[in-house]
Every structure is written in C-alpha cells, then in structure tokens.
Write a protein that binds this ligand. Structure first.
Ligand code: C2E
Ligand code: CA
Ligand code: CA
Ligand code: CA
Length: 284
C-alpha cells in the first residue's frame, strides 16, 4: 500500500507488500499460537537402506493458522528465530517428539527401538538452557538418550568455536546423536568434521536430485561416493534426504549410504502412520 505520490512508487510490488503484511501478521500471532496449541508435528520415516526397515522418524513442525491454514516451517521458523520464540517453540517440539518416540516404543516393541530426529535452530544452540532442558525432557518422558538425534545444520557450525560446541559435546557424551543437517551446502572444511561432536551426516537433497534418473549423473555419483567413504572412515553414518524414486534409493544403497528419507518411502504424516509403517515392516 504505497501512496501514488510520484513515479518512484510505480514499481511498488503489491505482492511483496502482501507478503510483508502477512509476515508482520504472522510474527505478531506467533506467541499466542504456541499458547493456543496451533502447532503440530508431522513425522517422516527414516529407513535403513540395507533392509528397508523403518528405524525412526524426523519431526517436522507445522502451524495450523486459523486464517491461512497449514503453514510449513519455512514460513514461520525464520520469524520465530528472529523474535526468539524459537526457544520455547523448539523446546515444545523436543518435548512432543520425545514423548512420541516413547509411545512408539511402548506400543511397538517388536519393531525395535524407534528413534526420533529433532531439528535444532542455531538460536537454540546458543541458548544456555539447551542441555538441561534436554536432560529434563528425556528423564520426564522416560526415553533413552540413544533414541534421540538432534539435527544441526552445517551452516550453523561453520567456524563454530568451543563455546558453541560444548553443549553439543555434552549431549553427545550422554548418548544423544548429533546429525549434521543439509551437509554439502555449507562449504565447510571437511577436515573440520573431526572436530565436531557429530555421528551422522545428512546429505542434502541437492545431491540426491542428480540420481533421479538411471543411470545417474556420474559426477554426482563420484561426489556422493567420496563423501560416504570419508564419512565412514570417520565413523559417521550417512543419511540421505529427498529420496523420491526407487532408482535413487538403489543407487544410494549401492554407494553405501546407511539411511534414507523421502517421498519414495513416505511423506511426513501423523505419528500413528509411523507406528503402522514400522509394524507392517516388523510383521512382513
Ligand atoms: P530439513 O530439516 O532439511 O527437512 C527436510 C525437508 O524436506 C522437509 O520440509 C520435508 O518435508 C522435505 N522432504 C522430505 N522428503 C522429501 C522429498 O522426497 N522430496 C522433497 N522435495 N522434499 C522432501 P519441511 O517439513 O517443509 O521443513 C523445512 C525445513 O524447516 C526443515 O528442513 C528444517 O530445516 C526446518 N524445520 C522443520 N521443523 C523444524 C523444527 O521443529 N525446528 C527447527 N528449528 N526447524 C525445523
Ligand atoms: Ca532436518
Ligand atoms: Ca535436511
Ligand atoms: Ca534441507
């Protein structure tokens, strides 16, 4: 809504205006949304490439906005980071996810201990309560630390100093897995990996895209092959995301990737879905 004062304003983009208004509106609505219980979590299965079994799921938060419907995290996580709401929101996601994993384990003991992956924003990493909150939640919900994996993006850890790594080290010592998310997009120094308390590399979707066709792009194959062998030589497991076709899954399995996630297996869905997928898997 720019006033038509002069020619300078003719380029005003009404869509950009609308986006800005929505952004402000969403930012203002965020804190109440948490109180009102408008957030919910979908879970996307993590599948073992060797035997196809479901090993756990990644928790992905959504906002059921009373006017705009379901909003994906890309719409509101940046706003929550900007306003600091990400700390209570992230704690809520962690608590819900840990409780869910515990309930999968109780209902589904045949399928092996299902694990849960939770995304951590950089703001949560620097928040002093992270380790204690995590310890408290695991204890209260009765979940083993081994059943939790925290995903931190590669870009959040680039150039990380000891102060930033200390909480992650403590969590890793407790048995929580730390995964380096979106790996391959952040230009990090590969030698730097040794310094980080991570046990899993999550290879970004951009790498799996080149494998949608068969035969796959030979350069992409070489790159993934190199990353997998480096990761394994450092005792890191490799998870691949964005697997959309059977051809991709087969290529990635041959290349030695350990775990896969993507629409080929399942879209993110309600927690009961994971229970069913894992159970079918254990019986069949
Ligand atoms: P991410 O951690 O890289 O999560 C994977 C994203 O890829 C998810 O998008 C998922 O729905 C999507 N995806 C999964 N399989 C496929 C596939 O086969 N093809 C394609 N094209 N996409 C696939 P989503 O749910 O929109 O989440 C976007 C990002 O939002 C996540 O990226 C993560 O960075 C962030 N996020 C989600 N939940 C949380 C949270 O609780 N806390 C924080 N801090 N960030 C979150
Ligand atoms: Ca993630
Ligand atoms: Ca990712
Ligand atoms: Ca990503």
């Amino acid at each position: 809504a720019k006033s038509a004062g002069g020619n300078r304003f003719e380029l005003a983009d009404p869509e950009a205006d609308a986006r800005a208004i929505t952004r402000n509106g969403l930012t203002t609505a965020l804190p109440a949304a948490l109180d009102r219980g408008e957030f919910f979590i979908e879970y996307q299965p993590l599948v073992h490439l060797g035997d196809g079994s479901v090993r756990g799921a990644e928790a992905l938060v959504r906002w059921l906005h009373p006017q705009h419907g379901v909003l994906g995290p890309d719409r509101f996580i940046p706003l929550a980071e900007h306003t600091g709401l990400i700390v209570p929101l992230g704690r809520w996601v962690l608590e819900q996810s840990v409780r869910q994993a515990r309930s999968w384990q109780e209902r589904n003991s045949d399928a092996g201990p299902l694990r849960v992956n939770v995304n951590l924003s950089p703001c949560q990493l620097t928040h002093p309560g992270l380790v204690q909150d995590t310890v408290d939640i695991l204890e209260r919900e009765g979940l083993d630390a081994q059943a939790l994996c925290l995903e931190v993006t590669e870009s959040a850890l680039i150039g990380a100093d000891d102060d930033l790594l200390k909480p992650l080290r403590r969590l890793a010592e407790m048995g929580v897995d730390i995964a380096l998310d979106d790996f391959g997009t952040g230009y990090s120094n590969l030698a730097n990996l040794r310094r980080l308390p991570v046990s899993i590399l999550k290879l970004d979707r951009s790498f799996t895209r080149g494998m949608q066709q068969f035969p796959a792009d030979p350069v992409d194959l070489k790159i993934v092959e190199g990353i997998v062998s480096l990761a394994h030589s450092l005792d890191l497991a490799v998870t691949v995301e964005g697997v959309e076709t059977g051809a991709q899954a087969e290529q990635l399995r041959i290349l030695g990737c350990d775990t896969a996630q993507g629409w080929y297996y399942a879209r993110p869905g309600p927690p009961e879905r994971l229970h069913e997928l894992a159970l079918v898997d254990a019986v069949g």
